[in-house]
Write a protein that binds this ligand. Structure first.
Ligand code: DGY
Length: 325
């Protein structure tokens, strides 16, 4: 019996990729950059399964190009805003993602951004490298305390909750959260309080966003939102760039509407080199690396392979985004 044909849009950790190669007739895109769209559409033609990243847009055009034999799309990410889920579901294509294994790593990085932005970690490093450190400065590089402050979490799912737990347990922070659902575990264990968005913006010293990107959350951090925040506030985005309006964030940071920001995601990614945000001293920007630890990337690769292989044989996916009810 011939092996299923699959296209894998990037090299992922061997712990998952090797299993895919053994079980499938797999073509792997080995470049650092994603395949150009027209190449992608040609490569997936006739495939039974595809492994994708958040850089690949999966829409009707993609699904048409693949053809009706496509059974499964295994997205190497927990987020799936790159996928038209309704369209794939309508065509009976199973979608998998990689939840759970990157929760702590992502929350750790959100916290790293928070402390970096609060205490001038990156700006201070640049200062030293530039030879500007001449002496101990009583008034230099003054930042914000963390202990006992109020953390506002937007999106109290797995990652938001992990961030809240670290900040509550380690830094005795009071936790506010905004989410369409109640998180009773966070309320019980962290004394988290669910509030409306405006209250969260007004009362939080730090606002960390962990919600998914969808039409209702796109651009929720805009000029109006930044203006409601404290002038000492720090904004952290480790979820998706389009949750904030980048030019509004620039103006808020430049004008001192908020104190600082820490971003693991931008809009677009990467940001243009002439994006004025890159000129500011009070923003720390990382290249979307929150899930970048050995165990979390390996875990993602394992789930990704499990999802792909299950979908190819008509089995339930380990993490199934469009599981029928
Ligand atoms: C995800 O999984 O959605 C991240 O953005 C990449 O790890």
């Amino acid at each position: 019996m011939s092996r299923p044909r699959v296209f894998v849009t990037r090299v992922i950790p061997a712990i998952g990729l090797d299993r895919i190669k053994v079980a499938c007739d797999a073509e792997i895109w080995t470049d650092q950059l994603p395949p150009p769209r027209e190449v992608l559409l040609q490569k997936i033609r006739g495939c039974n399964g595809v492994v994708t990243l958040l850089t690949e847009k999966i829409d009707a055009e993609f699904l048409d190009a693949a053809g009706p034999q496509l059974k499964v799309i295994s997205n190497y990410a927990v987020g799936f805003n790159n996928i038209d889920v309704a369209e794939a579901t309508r065509r009976g294509v199973r979608l998998g993602n990689t939840p759970g294994v990157l929760t702590e790593a992502t929350a750790d990085l959100a916290f790293a951004l928070l402390i970096s932005a609060a205490r001038h970690v990156v700006d201070g490093h640049r200062y030293v490298l530039a030879g500007k450190w001449k002496t101990w400065e009583p008034l230099g590089h003054i930042g914000q305390d963390l202990c006992g402050k109020t953390l506002g979490i937007v999106g109290m799912g797995r990652i938001g909750c992990a961030m809240a737990r670290k900040c509550h347990g380690g830094w005795d922070m009071r936790i506010l959260y905004h989410d369409q659902y109640r998180n009773e575990v966070a309320e019980r264990d962290l004394r988290a309080v669910q509030v409306d968005f405006d209250t969260l913006l007004r009362e939080s010293d730090f606002v960390s966003v962990h919600t998914d990107l969808n039409p209702t959350t796109t651009g929720m951090f805009n000029a109006a939102a930044f203006q409601k925040m404290k002038r000492t506030a720090i904004f952290i985005n480790s979820a998706r760039g389009p949750l904030h309006v980048q030019s509004d964030l620039y103006h808020a940071l430049k004008n001192g509407d908020i104190f600082a920001a820490g971003l693991d995601v931008t809009d677009p990614e990467p940001p243009a080199l002439d994006d004025p945000l890159l000129t500011l001293p009070n923003v720390v920007i990382l290249p979307h690396i929150a899930s970048g630890t050995v165990s979390s990337r390996n875990g993602m690769a394992e789930i990704c392979a499990d999802n792909l292989l299950a979908g190819l044989t008509g089995q339930p996916l380990r993490a199934w985004v469009n599981r029928p009810n």
